[in-house]
Design a protein around this ligand. Structure first.
Ligand code: PXG
Length: 464
């Protein structure tokens, strides 16, 4: 069988429907409709099997930070495959790509985050984190410190551990999640859950749930708190400014470990190397993946502070993956980091791209369907509402309107995701101002079409 891009779309779709099980998809329905087959990509644009060109507003899945089609990464992979395509780092060996990447990450990461444990994805890295923080406390003589506090509507991956840390109700409903020893507090989502409170007061209240939960469990039983600096898959939920300083105060007060899940916010998305820097947070561990290689190779990991790493080093840590620090993935990641650094991509995000996006995207707030149009760095979202003033939800089941909008967006050749009734984007960091204008124009057209659709169908009703 060839993997030709020139087979007719219908043929490719039929094969896909017959044999390929898609993640997070009702495969029966997709099979009947047919998946859109992406064949090529360059810069911020995808090409499908019918030759249509789409703007990729999601950078793949929040990962293609440097954009598609960078030959240097292909070269780095080919070079490494010829020299040393694989070796492991389990039994007293190491190799140059893994150790060089670890050293580079230690240089880039803030504070004393100087040690890296490699995985192949964000999910795996968070599974590592669960075991690492529990082992840390066991070695400190406090084995009762096992419980990890996380957040409703957080996302930390899809393995048993990652899915348990995450607070996605739809995921917990399947397969016996969460595993024991993981509890969730509420998210700092002011627009959706803040009621009459000011954002500042609400941010403080949501942060203080961490303190309440620690006191309820007993600090002597709590290992760590994990959160994304800005929630991504939850709908690009940007916390009020009061939230993170209060979380840091609580974490410090009770001496629990802070895990910042930087899988989306790392590698420039918020205008710094890490989102933690952008919020002034001091995590003990950062989870990384996605933008580490700009998605060109599957690689993730945990960047760990001196205290935790030195403690873990006192004993054998019975944990690891065949492909931890895979040489080809590591070589590609190093080349990606070189490009991010030498081309000043993150500095441009901070100085130019993010302010431009904030203004262009923010202008969508005047649309009758839009309750808020917000961004931080190169992550942005819209809340759709039938009534801006009361921040109302639609009468239709949550996500119905978001899905309608997302279908129009796809038809307009813009990849924009919906999370419930929020629309979200996270384009490649290298997107030009002209392409941001084109993206926002397609988003506005999508909103107009959705609005007309809802009017036609009598769906502009608010929930009671
Ligand atoms: N942490 C965070 C913050 C993530 O966003 C993971 C961990 C897991 O990474 P892996 O590499 O195991 O997928 C993620 C992944 C979506 C979507 O629909 C988001 C993710 C993955 C798939 C879909 O927004 N984020």
């Amino acid at each position: 069988m060839t993997l030709s891009n020139t087979a007719p779309t219908a043929e490719l779709q039929a094969l896909d429907a017959a044999h390929h099980m898609h993640p997070f998809t009702a495969n029966g329905a997709l099979g009947a409709k047919g998946a859109r087959i992406i064949t090529r990509a360059k810069g911020v644009r995808l090409t499908d099997s019918d030759g249509a060109e789409l703007i990729d507003g999601m950078a793949g899945l929040w990962c293609v930070n440097i954009g598609y089609g960078r030959e240097e990464l292909a070269e780095a992979a080919a070079r490494q495959m010829r020299e040393l395509p694989y070796y492991n780092t389990f039994f007293q060996t190491s190799h140059v790509p893994a150790l060089t990447l670890a050293a580079k990450l230690a240089e880039l990461a803030p504070g004393d985050l100087n040690h890296v444990f490699f995985a192949c994805s964000g999910s795996e890295a968070n599974d590592t984190n669960i075991r690492m923080v529990r082992q840390y406390w066991a070695l400190k003589g406090q084995p009762a410190r096992r419980t990890i506090i996380a957040r409703h509507n957080g996302y930390h991956g899809s393995t048993m551990g990652g899915g348990s840390l995450g607070g996605m109700a739809g995921m917990h409903a399947q397969g016996g999640l969460p595993i024991p020893g993981i509890v969730h507090i509420d998210q700092p989502y002011w627009w959706g859950e803040g009621g009459e409170m000011t954002p500042e007061a609400f941010g403080l209240a949501r942060a203080r749930q961490l303190e309440e939960k620690i006191l309820e469990l007993g600090a002597e039983n709590v290992a760590a708190f994990i959160a994304e600096p800005v929630q991504g898959a939850g709908g690009v939920i940007i916390p009020p400014d009061s939230y993170w300083p209060e979380i840091q105060r609580i974490v410090d007060k009770y001496g629990i470990l802070l895990i910042a899940d930087e899988v989306i916010t790392g590698f420039g998305r918020l205008g710094h190397w890490f989102g933690s820097q952008s919020y002034g947070i001091r995590p003990h561990i950062m989870t990384i993946a996605k933008g580490l290689s700009s998605g060109y190779q599957p690689i993730g990991g945990s960047i760990v502070c001196d205290e935790v790493a030195h403690t873990i080093a006192q004993d054998e840590f019975n944990h690891g993956y065949t492909y931890s620090g895979h040489p080809v993935a590591a070589a590609v990641a190093l080349e990606n980091l070189r490009i991010l650094e030498e081309e000043g991509i993150i500095a441009r995000v901070r100085a130019e791209a993010a302010p431009y996006l904030a203004q262009a995207w923010g202008a969508l707030a005047d649309h009758p369907l839009v309750g808020e149009a917000v961004s931080r760095g190169m992550m942005a979202s819209l809340a759709l509402t039938p009534d801006k003033a009361s921040r109302a939800r639609f009468a239709a089941e949550a996500g119905t309107v978001g899905y309608i909008a997302r279908e129009y967006s796809f038809g307009n050749n813009l990849v924009m995701r919906h999370v419930g009734d929020r629309l979200i984007i996270a384009p490649p960091l290298v997107i030009s101002t002209d392409d941001m204008d084109a993206l926002v124009a397609r988003a506005r057209k999508t909103l107009d079409q959705t609005h007309a659709h809802l009017q036609r169908e009598g769906m502009l009703q608010a929930a009671a």
